[in-house]
Design a protein around this ligand. Structure first.
Ligand code: AMP
Length: 112
């Protein structure tokens, strides 16, 4: 096992409920859902957090958003929130970039 649980999911060393996979990205259900639908979309490239990405990642970052669009569209989810926690103070606990897709309930704003 690595010290990055999401890398272990990419490498299929630990199980996950995989929703979508392609050459660049993987999406799976969050193990501790904060909404009726809570899916994580991650790049296969080991980027620790959004602020660690660079200009070369432009296509990959765009791709992740299009994966969000594909998953929500395939599941007929029209209203959803996409969140990225960048850094511990922002709530990041797993240091492999991930986009949260949250849906199935009403969300407040601003977030807590
Ligand atoms: P964050 O707090 O933004 O770093 O989000 C990390 C997310 O990963 C949390 O919502 C966790 O519930 C989720 N998580 C941690 N371990 C796993 C796992 N093995 N499978 C699926 N989701 C996980």
């Amino acid at each position: 096992m690595s010290n990055n649980i999401f890398q272990d999911i990419i490498d299929k060393k630990i199980p996950a409920e995989i929703i979508y996979e392609d050459d660049l990205a993987l999406a799976f259900n969050d193990i501790s859902p904060q909404a009726p639908i809570h899916i994580l979309v991650i790049p296969k490239k080991p980027i620790t957090k959004l602020s660690a990405s660079d200009d070369d990642d432009q296509k990959l970052l765009g791709h992740l958003l299009l994966v969000v669009k594909k998953i929500t569209s395939d599941k007929n989810i029209s209203d959803y929130r996409v969140a990225i926690n960048n850094g511990a103070e922002a709530g990041q606990t797993v240091f492999h970039l991930h986009l949260h897709i949250l849906a199935g309930r009403t969300f407040g704003w601003p977030t807590g």
